[in-house]
Design a protein around this ligand. Structure first.
Ligand code: URA
Length: 236
Protein backbone atom coordinates (compact mmCIF):
# COMPACT_ATOMS: atom_id res chain seq x y z
CA UNK A 1 0.00 0.00 0.00
CA UNK A 2 1.23 3.50 -0.82
CA UNK A 3 0.68 6.88 0.77
CA UNK A 4 -2.97 7.89 1.20
CA UNK A 5 -3.96 11.35 0.01
CA UNK A 6 -7.18 13.27 -0.35
CA UNK A 7 -8.32 13.18 -3.97
CA UNK A 8 -8.16 16.98 -4.37
CA UNK A 9 -4.67 17.12 -2.85
CA UNK A 10 -3.50 14.33 -5.18
CA UNK A 11 -4.71 16.26 -8.22
CA UNK A 12 -3.42 19.62 -6.92
CA UNK A 13 0.04 18.11 -6.37
CA UNK A 14 0.04 17.01 -9.99
CA UNK A 15 -0.79 20.54 -11.12
CA UNK A 16 -4.23 19.67 -12.51
CA UNK A 17 -5.77 22.78 -10.95
CA UNK A 18 -6.16 24.79 -7.78
CA UNK A 19 -7.91 23.17 -4.80
CA UNK A 20 -11.11 25.15 -5.51
CA UNK A 21 -11.06 24.35 -9.24
CA UNK A 22 -10.56 20.70 -8.37
CA UNK A 23 -13.46 20.61 -5.93
CA UNK A 24 -15.64 21.90 -8.73
CA UNK A 25 -14.30 19.39 -11.26
CA UNK A 26 -14.82 16.53 -8.82
CA UNK A 27 -18.37 17.62 -7.98
CA UNK A 28 -19.19 17.81 -11.68
CA UNK A 29 -18.22 14.15 -12.06
CA UNK A 30 -15.12 14.71 -14.19
CA UNK A 31 -12.85 12.65 -11.93
CA UNK A 32 -12.80 8.87 -11.67
CA UNK A 33 -10.96 6.59 -9.26
CA UNK A 34 -10.51 3.03 -10.45
CA UNK A 35 -12.93 3.76 -13.32
CA UNK A 36 -15.74 4.98 -11.07
CA UNK A 37 -16.79 8.60 -10.84
CA UNK A 38 -16.06 10.03 -7.39
CA UNK A 39 -17.83 13.19 -6.28
CA UNK A 40 -16.16 13.78 -2.95
CA UNK A 41 -12.88 15.77 -2.87
CA UNK A 42 -12.07 14.41 0.60
CA UNK A 43 -12.06 10.77 -0.49
CA UNK A 44 -8.69 9.10 0.10
CA UNK A 45 -6.66 7.60 -2.71
CA UNK A 46 -3.64 5.32 -2.53
CA UNK A 47 -0.93 6.99 -4.64
CA UNK A 48 0.55 3.63 -5.69
CA UNK A 49 -2.50 1.51 -6.22
CA UNK A 50 -5.47 3.65 -7.22
CA UNK A 51 -6.00 4.79 -10.81
CA UNK A 52 -7.09 8.39 -10.98
CA UNK A 53 -8.40 9.89 -14.22
CA UNK A 54 -9.66 13.35 -15.18
CA UNK A 55 -12.02 13.52 -18.17
CA UNK A 56 -10.98 9.96 -18.91
CA UNK A 57 -7.24 10.74 -18.98
CA UNK A 58 -5.11 8.93 -16.39
CA UNK A 59 -3.18 11.14 -13.96
CA UNK A 60 -0.38 9.16 -12.32
CA UNK A 61 1.11 10.34 -9.05
CA UNK A 62 4.74 11.39 -9.02
CA UNK A 63 6.25 11.93 -5.60
CA UNK A 64 9.65 13.32 -6.54
CA UNK A 65 10.97 14.82 -9.73
CA UNK A 66 14.61 15.48 -10.62
CA UNK A 67 15.71 17.45 -13.67
CA UNK A 68 19.07 18.60 -14.95
CA UNK A 69 18.74 21.99 -16.62
CA UNK A 70 21.41 23.61 -18.78
CA UNK A 71 20.48 27.08 -17.63
CA UNK A 72 20.77 29.77 -20.26
CA UNK A 73 21.56 33.42 -19.47
CA UNK A 74 18.53 35.68 -19.02
CA UNK A 75 16.46 33.22 -17.00
CA UNK A 76 16.11 33.72 -13.27
CA UNK A 77 16.85 31.04 -10.63
CA UNK A 78 13.55 31.39 -8.78
CA UNK A 79 10.16 29.76 -8.75
CA UNK A 80 8.25 32.95 -9.62
CA UNK A 81 9.24 36.33 -10.96
CA UNK A 82 7.18 39.26 -12.22
CA UNK A 83 9.66 40.25 -14.95
CA UNK A 84 11.78 37.33 -16.04
CA UNK A 85 11.15 33.81 -17.20
CA UNK A 86 12.14 31.44 -14.39
CA UNK A 87 14.12 28.22 -14.54
CA UNK A 88 10.92 26.39 -13.54
CA UNK A 89 9.08 27.78 -16.60
CA UNK A 90 11.68 26.02 -18.76
CA UNK A 91 10.76 22.57 -17.39
CA UNK A 92 7.74 22.15 -19.63
CA UNK A 93 7.10 18.50 -18.84
CA UNK A 94 7.02 19.07 -15.09
CA UNK A 95 4.25 17.36 -13.18
CA UNK A 96 4.77 18.56 -9.63
CA UNK A 97 3.91 22.14 -8.78
CA UNK A 98 6.42 22.34 -5.93
CA UNK A 99 9.65 22.24 -7.96
CA UNK A 100 12.49 24.61 -7.10
CA UNK A 101 16.11 25.15 -8.19
CA UNK A 102 18.81 23.75 -5.88
CA UNK A 103 20.82 26.91 -5.25
CA UNK A 104 20.94 29.94 -7.47
CA UNK A 105 22.88 30.92 -10.54
CA UNK A 106 23.00 34.62 -11.45
CA UNK A 107 20.78 35.87 -14.28
CA UNK A 108 23.79 35.96 -16.64
CA UNK A 109 25.33 32.64 -15.49
CA UNK A 110 24.84 29.48 -17.54
CA UNK A 111 25.24 25.82 -16.78
CA UNK A 112 24.18 23.04 -14.47
CA UNK A 113 21.13 23.57 -12.32
CA UNK A 114 19.29 20.80 -10.52
CA UNK A 115 15.52 21.28 -10.34
CA UNK A 116 13.57 19.11 -7.93
CA UNK A 117 11.00 19.02 -5.16
CA UNK A 118 13.27 16.92 -2.94
CA UNK A 119 13.94 19.28 -0.04
CA UNK A 120 16.17 16.85 1.86
CA UNK A 121 18.45 16.39 -1.10
CA UNK A 122 18.65 20.15 -1.69
CA UNK A 123 19.54 20.68 1.93
CA UNK A 124 22.32 18.10 1.79
CA UNK A 125 23.78 19.55 -1.41
CA UNK A 126 23.75 23.11 -0.08
CA UNK A 127 24.69 22.61 3.58
CA UNK A 128 28.09 24.30 4.11
CA UNK A 129 29.32 21.49 6.33
CA UNK A 130 28.90 18.95 3.54
CA UNK A 131 31.63 20.71 1.48
CA UNK A 132 30.09 19.75 -1.84
CA UNK A 133 32.36 20.81 -4.74
CA UNK A 134 30.91 23.15 -7.36
CA UNK A 135 33.02 23.58 -10.47
CA UNK A 136 32.69 26.68 -12.67
CA UNK A 137 34.23 27.51 -16.02
CA UNK A 138 35.21 31.18 -15.91
CA UNK A 139 36.36 33.73 -18.50
CA UNK A 140 37.66 37.12 -17.39
CA UNK A 141 38.53 40.42 -19.06
CA UNK A 142 42.26 40.64 -18.25
CA UNK A 143 45.16 38.31 -17.67
CA UNK A 144 44.72 36.37 -14.41
CA UNK A 145 47.54 37.46 -12.05
CA UNK A 146 50.20 34.82 -11.40
CA UNK A 147 49.57 34.45 -7.69
CA UNK A 148 45.79 33.92 -8.09
CA UNK A 149 45.94 30.13 -7.68
CA UNK A 150 47.78 30.53 -4.37
CA UNK A 151 45.53 33.35 -3.17
CA UNK A 152 42.39 31.35 -3.90
CA UNK A 153 43.93 28.24 -2.30
CA UNK A 154 44.62 30.19 0.88
CA UNK A 155 41.10 31.65 1.10
CA UNK A 156 40.24 35.29 0.55
CA UNK A 157 39.05 37.92 2.97
CA UNK A 158 37.14 40.73 1.28
CA UNK A 159 37.09 44.37 2.40
CA UNK A 160 33.56 43.92 3.72
CA UNK A 161 34.92 41.08 5.93
CA UNK A 162 33.32 38.33 3.84
CA UNK A 163 35.60 35.31 3.84
CA UNK A 164 35.75 32.95 0.88
CA UNK A 165 37.16 29.64 1.98
CA UNK A 166 39.98 27.90 0.10
CA UNK A 167 39.18 27.21 -3.55
CA UNK A 168 41.01 25.49 -6.38
CA UNK A 169 41.87 27.30 -9.62
CA UNK A 170 42.97 25.36 -12.68
CA UNK A 171 43.92 27.88 -15.31
CA UNK A 172 43.12 27.02 -18.91
CA UNK A 173 44.35 30.11 -20.75
CA UNK A 174 45.62 33.54 -19.62
CA UNK A 175 42.03 34.68 -19.21
CA UNK A 176 40.08 31.51 -18.40
CA UNK A 177 40.02 28.55 -16.09
CA UNK A 178 38.07 26.20 -13.85
CA UNK A 179 37.33 27.22 -10.29
CA UNK A 180 36.17 24.72 -7.66
CA UNK A 181 34.42 26.15 -4.62
CA UNK A 182 32.57 24.45 -1.78
CA UNK A 183 30.36 27.37 -0.80
CA UNK A 184 27.64 29.25 -2.61
CA UNK A 185 27.87 32.81 -1.37
CA UNK A 186 26.17 35.60 -3.31
CA UNK A 187 28.13 36.34 -6.56
CA UNK A 188 30.97 34.31 -5.09
CA UNK A 189 32.97 33.55 -8.23
CA UNK A 190 32.61 37.09 -9.58
CA UNK A 191 33.65 38.61 -6.26
CA UNK A 192 36.65 36.30 -5.89
CA UNK A 193 37.95 37.34 -9.31
CA UNK A 194 37.22 40.99 -8.54
CA UNK A 195 39.45 40.61 -5.49
CA UNK A 196 42.36 39.81 -7.81
CA UNK A 197 41.50 42.59 -10.27
CA UNK A 198 39.54 40.67 -12.93
CA UNK A 199 35.97 41.06 -14.16
CA UNK A 200 34.14 37.85 -15.01
CA UNK A 201 32.85 38.06 -18.59
CA UNK A 202 31.43 34.53 -18.84
CA UNK A 203 30.46 32.02 -16.15
CA UNK A 204 29.15 28.50 -16.46
CA UNK A 205 28.64 25.83 -13.80
CA UNK A 206 30.03 22.49 -14.89
CA UNK A 207 29.31 20.27 -11.90
CA UNK A 208 27.86 20.05 -8.44
CA UNK A 209 29.07 17.17 -6.27
CA UNK A 210 28.79 13.96 -8.29
CA UNK A 211 26.48 15.54 -10.86
CA UNK A 212 28.07 16.90 -14.06
CA UNK A 213 26.43 18.91 -16.80
CA UNK A 214 25.55 16.55 -19.65
CA UNK A 215 27.63 17.73 -22.60
CA UNK A 216 24.91 16.63 -24.98
CA UNK A 217 22.38 18.96 -23.38
CA UNK A 218 22.15 22.23 -25.36
CA UNK A 219 21.94 25.51 -23.49
CA UNK A 220 18.29 26.01 -22.44
CA UNK A 221 17.47 22.28 -22.60
CA UNK A 222 16.73 19.90 -19.74
CA UNK A 223 16.33 16.22 -19.06
CA UNK A 224 15.28 13.96 -16.20
CA UNK A 225 18.10 12.69 -14.03
CA UNK A 226 18.87 9.03 -14.57
CA UNK A 227 18.21 6.53 -11.78
CA UNK A 228 21.95 6.23 -11.31
CA UNK A 229 22.40 10.00 -10.97
CA UNK A 230 19.63 10.16 -8.37
CA UNK A 231 21.25 7.26 -6.54
CA UNK A 232 24.67 8.95 -6.35
CA UNK A 233 23.06 12.18 -5.13
CA UNK A 234 21.15 10.46 -2.36
CA UNK A 235 24.44 9.07 -1.02
CA UNK A 236 25.77 12.56 -0.19
N1 URA B 1 29.24 32.71 -8.49
C1 URA B 1 28.80 33.81 -9.11
O1 URA B 1 29.40 34.88 -9.02
N2 URA B 1 27.66 33.71 -9.82
C2 URA B 1 26.98 32.57 -9.97
O2 URA B 1 25.97 32.55 -10.65
C3 URA B 1 27.47 31.42 -9.32
C4 URA B 1 28.61 31.52 -8.58
Amino acid sequence: MGKLLRLDKYLADMGVGSRSQLKEMIRKGRVAVNHEIVRSPEGKVDVDQDEVAVDGVAVGYVQKEYYMLHKPAGVISATEDPRHKTVIDLIESRQRKDLFPVGRLDLDTEGLLLITNDGDLAHRLLAPKKHVDKVYYVEVDTKIPEDTKERFAAGIQMEDKTVFRPAKLEQKTEKSGYLTIQEGKFHQVKRMFQAVGCQVTYLKRISMGPLSLDEGLPCGAYRKLTKQEIETLTQI
